[in-house]
Ligand binder design. Sequence first.
Ligand code: NAD
Length: 505
Amino acid sequence: MANRKTAFQESMETFDRAADLIRLHPRVRLEIEEPDFEHIFYVTIDTRDRLVPLGPEEDARFGDLPPSDVRAADALEPLGDGKFVLHRRALLEADITIRRGVLRIPGKGLFRIERGGPRKFKAYRVQHNQVRGPYKGGIRYHQDVSLDLFKALAADMTWKTAIAEIPFGGAKGGIRIDPFAYSKEEMEHLTLRYVYKLKNLMGPFLDIPAPDVGTHGEIMAIMMRQYTDGEREKHRLRGVVTGKDVRIGGSEGRLKATGQGVVYCIEEWARERAFALKGARVLVQGFGNVGASAAELLAGLGAKIVAVNDAHGTVHSDAGIDVPALVQHVHGNPANLRRTVAGFTGAAAISKADFWGVEADLLVPAALGGELTADVAERLRVRLVAEGANGPTTPEGDRVLAARGIDVIPDVICNAGGVTVSYFEWLQNQRLERWSEAEVNGRLARIIKSNYGVIRDIAADRPRKTDLHDSRPFAIGRTTDVRTAAMVLALKRIEAHYLLEGFSQ
Ligand code: NAD
């Protein structure tokens, strides 16, 4: 399709609508409609030799190949693509027979040894805007990333930090790789090279990465070490990344913060409608950091998680899925290499197509962008879409949801809990403080609920001041949809910086 819009163009449709509505200052518009910087670079690593499973047709050729006995317990590292990394310690005390590059591992079958060697990966960091504070945004390791996608996600961070009223700008980056097809050590080396190349462009007052799809606290620890090692005042630099383990300067509550923010928004939505979350039926797409924590917290409020879809499967139970058991299956089981809900025995397997049609009250998309197309939106039988993921709904999908009267809590407020607690983590790092989980969640609830209130008031053209929020400076004298209202709030807060600070020439 020649006219297909890019992810960035699609994501800017809301920007254009809101900018027109508030008559955004024309120079401010030019300043923020493109990123400040787009960094594209390459990282290389040496990969290890691998064992690649042979098809059954090869079995006959090697029928008499004796089994190899690899005694070192951690010599073979299973990967998500079915291969094994062959660590050199595999040879210690081993009794191995290799014929034409093939060996037999008892209980696992026949494998061909594939030579490792140097490999090159494309890497990105888009720094969208820093007028309100240092660039801030996640690091994504995924096979489908592109400059276009990172531009859209970096811009989203600029809007999100303004909406959450935290003093950061927007950025996003990562590496084009399937992280499940590489060993822990290879991913560490890749992360070290990424930071090595990016070092001059990041810093606690310059650009602050965090986890996103395919990355987590362990990757953040590696990034922090690589950035701070050898620095004379390294403890001043702990805030260079957020999403760290609590034992090394992370914040209480950060792990669940994005899911918690989603749930605070849903609670506000339910409160306005006097809708009971106890017994509410919920669909969750994606069962990683965001999806699993949102599911756990919603189940804690008495909601029923009736179906969960991820990259490799879908599970469904009309009576409600046992969420702790599903978390254990996905995240507590080292043999579940792709951390998928597939294979969970406590619920029935269904197709992804059927997942969208399951009757429920709420849908929490918490996987990748662009999943809620017009077709999917037509099939949904829910009352609310609470966007845990970034950009899960396409513009056409959005129009269908609106036409069908399905409410949306847009990503820029719904999933802003993660970056908000990242800001708390950064503050604690600067001050060498440690806050309790109750303190973190109390502050998070206030930020998310008050700004969601402002957005709802902009949408309903209801300027007012309450104990929690003041929407009077942001109302635009007419009603609009919630997504546009969220963008209005972001743009007004960003525009104020340019107008009050002026432009350096
Ligand atoms: P994650 O890597 O922990 O989990 C991603 C989940 O999505 C996995 O369950 C995976 O199987 C699933 N998935 C991937 N491709 C899929 C597909 N094609 N269909 C269905 N499911 C698929 O990532 P995460 O950190 O939980 O992030 C999820 C979303 O939330 C992303 O859009 C991310 O940008 C957004 N987000 C994350 C944070 C955060 O703090 N981690 C903050 C704000 C927004």
